[in-house]
Design a protein around this ligand. Structure first.
Ligand SMILES: O=C(O)c1ccccc1N[C@@H]1O[C@H](COP(=O)(O)O)[C@@H](O)[C@H]1O
Length: 200
């Protein structure tokens, strides 16, 4: 079954429901985000749920990010330098590498898959925009650990599932308002993913 990551979790009750419906829970600990929470929130969430928690970060030093919480994964939501990619090889942490959905980042994608075997998230170049699905489709075919994010909602999720990614990543599309998840939207997406797998 295609896996689900519900991202931008900032309330315990949302984390508890997400842990019943999704495979990964994302917590954004970068102050750049309106969904920002302190890294300590991850350690609190881990007391309530048994699904892997992803610490999503745009900026900051890798060593600091890795050590600031007990997250199971670190999602590096920026384009890394060659030195930073090399640096990730020295850590035992599991990473998610963000690849912006634009042809000009195809060589970056290739560098990551040659050097590492971590998860990759292909997501829109600009937050709030829909991902370039043609580019996402190409990456999904070339590497089996690609997830897709960027503009997924309960109403359009089938379009993303049809590319058969390893996982899908949803943040704003499951919100009631910024920072608060809409439980009905989370349930609707999870049901659609289950049904999709069943009819394939
Ligand atoms: O969600 C955020 O606020 C965020 C901030 C900074 C970097 C990444 C962020 N979220 C990631 O973007 C995807 C897609 O989001 P959306 O569904 O289009 O709103 C999300 O799942 C996170 O991995």
């Amino acid at each position: 079954m295609i896996k689900i990551k519900f991202c931008g979790i900032s309330h315990i009750e949302d984390a508890i429901l997400a842990s019943k419906l999704a495979d990964f829970l994302g917590v954004v600990t970068d102050p750049i985000s309106p969904r920002y929470v302190k890294p300590e929130f991850i350690n609190i969430v881990k007391r309530f749920v048994d699904k892997p928690i992803v610490n999503v970060k745009v900026n900051g030093d890798l060593r600091v990010i890795i050590n600031e919480s007990d997250a199971d994964y670190v999602q590096l939501h920026r384009v890394l330098s060659d030195n930073e990619i090399e640096e990730t090889l020295s850590y035992s942490k599991k990473f998610i590498f963000y690849v912006p959905a634009n042809e000009k980042f195809y060589s970056y994608f290739n560098t990551i898959i040659k050097k590492t075997n971590h998860l990759i998230l292909v997501d829109s170049e600009k937050k709030g925009e829909k991902v370039n699905l043609e580019f996402a489709k190409k990456l999904v075919k070339e590497y089996d650990k690609v997830g897709i994010g960027g503009g997924i909602t309960p109403d359009n999720v089938e379009e993303f599932l049809s590319l058969n990614p390893y996982w899908i990543d949803i943040s704003s599309g499951i919100e009631k308002y910024k920072t608060k998840k809409d439980q009905e939207k989370m349930i609707k997406i999870s049901e659609k993913v289950k049904k999709w797998t069943f009819i394939q």
